[in-house]
Design a protein around this ligand. Structure first.
Ligand SMILES: Cc1ncc(COP(=O)(O)O)c(C=O)c1O
Length: 349
């Protein structure tokens, strides 16, 4: 797509270094003897997250599915935040459970994307003999729908101990875990230290074309490996994906600070435009949302697209996401375009 593409960080294309590494990758059947490049990626991912082991998956959604299946037996239940991506995934089944036979309970998050431990206690206490048992609690970091807010290690640690006290495991959907680490200036391992499993995406801000990682203990990853196979995630000569992942983890993490600075600058500029409502100080990673007083989000999405600026209307908000291909000049162009679109008379009909 031409123009300035702020729809998502998933639009990032592999760098020349990634393409070369993919071309050169040593590969073998990952389902048989194991793919050597994938093994290197999994070791590197485990090292960065401070876990015993890690597993390559096709996507963030597959990572969360495999992670949940590896924690739960048929008939068990898990808790998700009602504005989380996992809740969204669970809702996509049109009557079929997208998480297999796992019961999904949705609880509200606060505006920073944090679940309330009291709500979890109440939800678990409400279990009757016939109810499924809650064995897993999922949280998201960064929290996409909550302005991409990063959740700090101290909160996560105390949350994890309370989840554990109630006999459940904690999984972190860290699709943008490295954005959180960069924004909070902590190692990614500190963000998942007290969790039982975590996922992150290679194909978002890290700019890989494909892939995600599930991380956890050696036994847990062995179980996740089995679950990945039954959901069709054994991908054979995966070194071509993993080679890009290794480049990303070695060279694309620190630069995310630029994406965050661009998002903040964009938020500050948008806050100056009459008809737009946004709190720039909440924007500390690469995602921002704003609301509009006189236009619908769909109308603004369409008018901006006609001017070459692409974003998403999501419910009553407009979302913009910065990433590797967005420059400071793009931010200024976007602000000028938004100003023009918002101030032009609304279309008839
Ligand atoms: C928080 C979160 N988790 C998981 C996913 C799913 O990732 P994928 O699109 O790779 O399946 C997304 C996608 O945007 C996300 O925002």
């Amino acid at each position: 797509m031409n123009g300035i593409d702020l729809r998502s960080d998933t639009v990032t294309r592999p760098t020349p270094e990634m393409r070369q590494a993919m071309y050169d990758a040593e590969v073998a059947d990952d389902g048989l003897e194991g793919d050597p490049t994938t093994q290197r990626l999994e070791e590197l991912a485990a090292e960065l997250l401070g876990t015993e082991a890690a597993l390559l998956v096709a996507s963030g959604s597959m990572g969360n599915l495999v992670a949940a299946l590896a924690h739960c037996e048929p008939g068990d239940a898990m808790i998700v935040g009602e504005r989380s991506h996992m809740a969204w995934s669970a809702d996509q089944g049109k009557g079929h459970s997208t998480y297999g036979q796992i019961g999904v309970r949705r609880l509200p998050e606060n505006p920073d994307g944090k679940l309330g431990i009291e709500d979890i206690g109440l939800s678990m206490a409400a279990e009757s003999e016939s109810d499924s048992r809650v064995v897993l609690v999922n949280m998201e970091n960064t929290h996409n729908a909550s302005d991409g807010r990063p959740i700090d290690p101290a909160w996560t640690s105390s949350f994890a101990s309370q989840v554990h006290d109630r006999g459940a495991a904690l999984h972190i959907d860290g699709a943008r875990l490295f954005n959180a680490a960069v924004a909070l200036n902590v190692p990614a391992s500190a963000l998942v230290a007290d969790a039982d499993s975590a996922t992150f995406c290679l194909s978002k801000g890290l700019a890989c074309p494909i892939g995600g990682i599930v991380a956890g203990s050696r036994d847990y990853i062995a179980e996740a490996h089995n679950r990945r196979k039954i959901v069709g995630g054994e991908m054979r000569q995966t070194g071509v994906i993993s080679a890009a992942g290794i480049v990303a983890l070695n060279s694309m993490v620190d630069r995310m600070a630029d994406d965050h600075a661009n998002a903040r600058r964009l938020a500050e500029g948008l806050a100056q435009i009459s008809g737009i409502s946004i709190e720039p100080e909440r924007v500390t990673t690469n995602i921002l949302y704003f609301t509009l007083s006189d236009r619908t989000p769909e109308e603004v999405e369409q008018s901006l697209a006609e001017e070459g600026v692409h974003c998403f209307a999501i419910d009553d908000r407009v979302r913009m996401v910065t990433h590797h291909h967005i420059t400071p000049e793009d931010i200024e162009t976007t602000l000028g375009t938004v100003q023009r679109v918002i101030q032009s008379p609304p279309r008839a009909g």
